[in-house]
Unconditional design. Structure first.
Length: 75
């Protein structure tokens, strides 16, 4: 197994130190694995997709309008 060194803000390190019961290396390892799995899943979907960039932009606009309408109706 290889080692990976991360730079984190001192404030974050201080908060992590308050929870010595947590194996932070394992937390980081699992988070990295999950992110890679998510990325690879999205890549497989993208490779099979026939959606164009124009289609994606229009879909995004439709979702934003629908969300805004739902939010305004909720008020």
């Amino acid at each position: 197994m290889v080692s990976l060194t991360l730079s984190i803000p001192e404030e974050l390190k201080a908060r992590m130190d308050q929870h010595s019961e947590i194996n932070w290396s394992e937390v980081a390892r699992k988070a990295i694995m999950q992110r890679l799995e998510d990325f690879e899943f999205m890549k497989r979907i993208r490779e099979k997709s026939t959606m164009t960039e124009k289609d994606a932009i229009e879909l995004g606009r439709m979702i934003k309008r629908s969300t805004a309408k739902r939010y305004n109706d909720f008020k």
